[in-house]
Structures are given as C-alpha cells and as structure tokens.
Design a protein around this ligand. Structure first.
Ligand SMILES: [Zn+2]
Length: 261
C-alpha cells in the first residue's frame, strides 16, 4: 500500500510530508502532544468514516513522524480490528514490534511496515542498498528523510541483501536487536551484557565517540552460529548508548567459489 501511494504521489525530494498525506487520505486531524504511557492513538470506526491521529511529541519530531505514519497504517488497513472505544492505542513496544504472533502483534507489524514504506520511498533507499552495510548510510537516510536513526537502521537491516543485524545497547547492556532473516541468530538477548570480545565493548571501554570502521570480530562475540566471518561497526552515542551493526558471511551453500569479500 505504501508503494501504491508513492506511485500516486510521484517522486519526492527530502522528508515525506506525512501530515499532508494523512489529511489527503481522509484523516481530519493530526495532533502532537506530550503523552504518557502511549506513543500514538488513532480514533476511528470500523468503516473508517472518521480518523483522528494523536501522537506523542515527547520523544522528538522524528519519532512523532513515525507515529503518524504508523497510525495512518492502522487507518488505511481496514481489516485492523479496533480496540476499546473505537481507538487504536499504540505503545512504544508496538512501534518496535517485529514478531508476528498474535493478531495484535500482526497488526502492529503491518502498521510499522507501512510506516517505513511511507517514510522511506524505494528510490531514496535504493542507492544505500548497493553499498556495503554501514551505519553512515542510516545516518544519511535519517538526515535526508527526517526519520529517526532507529527507523533508518531497521530499514537497512530489513532491506539490505547482505545478512546484517543491528543491536542497541546502553552501558554495554542490550536494549533490543533486529536482524534480517538471513542473519544467524544472536545468542544474546535483551538485558544481557555484551561480550568483552565485541568491538562495541572495546569502543565503550576506550570512551571513544563517533563511528568505527567495519572490522572483523570473533563470531562467538555475538552468536554461537558456525559462520566463517563476522564484521562489526559501532557508533558510540551519548550517555552510554551505542548502536552496533553486524555483518555476517554465511557458509557457501553451493560449489561456487565465494566472493573475496
Ligand atoms: Zn499501532
């Protein structure tokens, strides 16, 4: 649906005007307010004859833009089942939902997929998918499209052809992680301390800020999967926060000689 919308809108430069698009599609009101305990609310009915969106302004403009796109997703995906009192009330967990388990989660995943598809037009993303995985690509996307670094990174992880994963940590503890289907499982999970073998741990120990180069790391630092090579790049942010990008080389599954890199 996001693709169809972009075909109708035509090429855009810069940030996607998500408020205007929502209003053009029948949402009568888009508001931002400091909300406590929820990130976004869509007030609507089963046939979508009415639509009002309220999003949390407390986590910055880029998160609010994502929230609007997410609620617009619920509005346009008419089979999404309303909650109590004709509303969708979406939490921060909902806006990060990637598991497709129960109905609620499936709806949240779909709204997130729509939001990313709307905020990141294919033609603007395409050049970065041809480059080797790099946190700098996510940072450029963030600046160009006025989306959060988190959303830009998730988008790269989802769409890049290489097996990559991203891990968000604070003070060396995992906050959450996303990986593409091809990436081997991550052994560590939310709340775990990262291994001292990781590049992230050494960058944090050095107290260095900024972005490291993508360099090889023992696979055991992140996974117990038997893979030939693992590369890691880290961006150390403020207050102990770090974003780590992992890039795996998978075992050859055919007779072809593998690429040198
Ligand atoms: Zn939602």
């Amino acid at each position: 649906m996001a693709k169809v919308l972009h075909r109708q809108i035509g090429p855009l430069t810069g940030a996607v005007p998500v408020d205007k698009i929502a209003c053009a599609l029948g949402v009568s009101e888009v508001r931002q307010e400091a909300l406590d305990g929820c990130e976004g609310i869509l007030l609507t009915d089963r046939t979508r004859s009415v639509g009002k969106i309220l999003v949390n302004s407390g986590r910055g403009a880029q998160a609010a833009r994502f929230g609007i796109a997410h609620e617009l997703g619920h509005f346009l995906l008419e089979r999404h089942v309303l909650g109590l009192a004709g509303t969708f009330t979406c939490s921060l967990t909902d806006m990060r939902e990637t598991r497709i388990a129960r109905l609620h989660e499936r709806q949240e995943v779909e709204a997130n997929t729509f939001a990313i598809g709307l905020l990141v037009p294919d033609d603007q993303l395409a050049p970065y998918l041809k480059e080797q995985p790099d946190i700098r690509s996510a940072m450029e996307l963030r600046a160009k499209l006025d989306i959060s670094l988190e959303a830009a990174t998730r988008c790269l992880v989802d769409r890049h052809e290489e097996p990559i994963a991203a891990v968000w940590t604070v003070d060396g503890k995992i906050r959450y992680a996303v990986r593409c289907d091809k990436f081997p499982w991550l052994t560590r999970k939310k709340g775990d301390l990262i291994s001292s073998l990781t590049r992230t741990a050494s960058a944090l120990a050095k107290g260095s800020s900024g972005i490291t180069s993508m360099s090889e790391v023992p696979a055991a630092a992140w996974t117990s999967a038997d893979i030939p090579e693992l590369f890691e790049q880290v961006r150390v942010g403020h207050n102990g926060h770090a974003l780590t990008l992992l890039w795996a080389t998978l075992p050859d599954t055919d007779e072809e000689a593998g690429d040198a890199d």
